[in-house]
Ligand binder design. Structure first.
Ligand SMILES: *[C@@H]1O[C@H](CO)[C@@H](O)[C@H](O)[C@H]1NC(C)=O
Ligand SMILES: *[C@@H]1O[C@H](CO)[C@@H](O)[C@H](O)[C@H]1NC(C)=O
Ligand SMILES: *[C@@H]1O[C@H](CO)[C@@H](O)[C@H](O)[C@H]1NC(C)=O
Length: 372
């Protein structure tokens, strides 16, 4: 009975098992140490960035020179979107008639343009950029004659399309009616994912085609899976998953973009504040989430294909008190994170530091090599 040694058989096997158990225990200790270092640094260093890994090196650095003319932002800055192909940053802001509702900067920080036609109260903004078409889409939660809609504009502010019934709040599908639509994501194919909305009649996530035919819809108010309480932000990853910041339920829910099937949800990362935004880094290894009430940005590890597993915070950025980060966007070109801060009435730019990969390399010892 002499055979080749196999896993789990004979003396060699038990030595291997011991080794595995030992390295598992070490990993666990390391993980606990990381958490401790993380929370200590957070206390020591509340204004700037602290890191999960013991070097204390941050993921992002604030670019204090952006934008070059901050005085152009004169209203409440609710949202920001990056057109990475053309290097444009659109900011949606609210205020009286003298406040332009959209202000456009270059990614380098120069003021380019401002316009305010037909936008009452911007909430969410999305920049669609494909090689052959660029446009900017705004959800308008105003209650006047132009409100309860989503509008598509050319980069210079020419109105191209209105979705919803202007001036009329509702829950209809055909014709489409919205109430306080919070945000949207548009695919290059023209398919649109809408979260509706920000505390109005509806708690809906739905997908429509370019000609506004509903593909699937989840529309119940509640706390069970697939139900929503203030679905506030939406994004779609390249493997076909739709990520929704389900704000008043303090969780992120994930769906299959083709079928609408529920794939999972995360709430363990959101014990101190709800997720307000959901956006991926260009490599889709991380998700960036804004927390308005704690003035914080969380960087979460994004699981690759398939099951979303558990939520893990790998870093946070603690912003100044009362800046109130509401929504944000990430440049797919530079990886820069632009944060719209309602309280501070500003947009801040965080640039990624090259250290990411190195910093996270030890995580591969947990079998996470696929994430890295
Ligand atoms: C916005 O509209 C107001 C009033 O209609 C006007 O006074 C202002 O000049 C406009 N601003 C811009 C940037 O177009
Ligand atoms: C852009 O080009 C692609 C590929 O040629 C095409 O499928 C798509 O419909 C075009 N988009 C628009 C908005 O014209
Ligand atoms: C959703 O349910 C909650 C709790 O019952 C309630 O407070 C809220 O008003 C509901 N929203 C809508 C739009 O019905």
């Amino acid at each position: 009975m002499v055979g080749a040694p196999r896993w789990g058989s004979g003396a060699g096997g038990s030595r291997l098992r011991m080794l595995a158990a030992l390295s598992g225990a070490c990993s666990l200790l390391l993980l606990i140490a990381w958490y401790r270092v993380g929370s200590d640094l957070q206390v020591l260093n509340p204004v700037t960035v602290y890191s999960f890994w013991r070097t204390g090196k941050p993921f992002y650095k604030l670019d204090i020179s952006w934008p070059k003319s901050p005085e152009k932002l004169t209203g409440q800055t609710f949202c920001v979107a990056v057109d990475h192909i053309n290097g444009l940053v659109y900011v949606g802001q609210r205020g009286d008639d003298n406040v332009p509702k959209v202000v456009v900067f270059s990614e380098a920080g120069y003021f380019l343009n401002a316009w305010n036609t037909t936008v009452e109260m911007p909430h969410g903004i999305f920049a669609l950029n494909t090689p052959n078409a660029s446009s900017v889409w705004i959800t308008d939660v105003g209650t006047g004659k132009d409100g309860h809609t989503i509008k598509q504009y050319s980069p210079s502010g020419q109105l191209l399309q209105v979705i919803g019934t202007p001036g009329e709040a509702g829950s209809g599908i055909n014709p489409l009616q919205l109430d306080q639509p919070a945000e949207l994501f548009v695919e290059p194919t023209g398919d649109i994912y809408i979260v509706d909305g920000d505390g109005g009649l509806n708690n809906r996530l739905f997908k429509v085609t370019q000609d506004l035919k509903t593909v699937w819809l989840h529309g119940e108010n509640g706390t069970a899976i697939t139900q929503f309480r203030i679905p506030h932000s939406v994004t779609v990853d390249s493997v076909g998953r739709v990520w929704v910041a389900d704000r008043a339920n303090w969780r992120i829910q994930v769906f299959d973009k083709i079928t609408g099937e529920w794939l999972g949800s995360w709430s363990s990362c959101f014990t101190e504040d709800a997720p307000y935004s959901v956006r991926f880094t260009p490599d889709e290894k991380f998700i960036i989430v804004a927390h308005l009430n704690t003035d914080r940005i969380s960087i979460l590890a994004a699981p690759p294909v398939g099951s979303i597993g558990d939520c893990i915070v790998v870093d946070t950025i603690q912003l100044a008190h009362e800046v109130k980060p509401h929504l944000l966007d990430v440049s797919k070109e530079t990886g820069a994170v632009y944060v719209a801060e309602i309280g501070a009435q500003q947009v801040q730019k965080y640039v990624p530091l090259q250290r990411h990969r190195k910093l996270l390399a030890p995580l591969s010892s947990f079998g996470w090599s696929s994430v890295l």
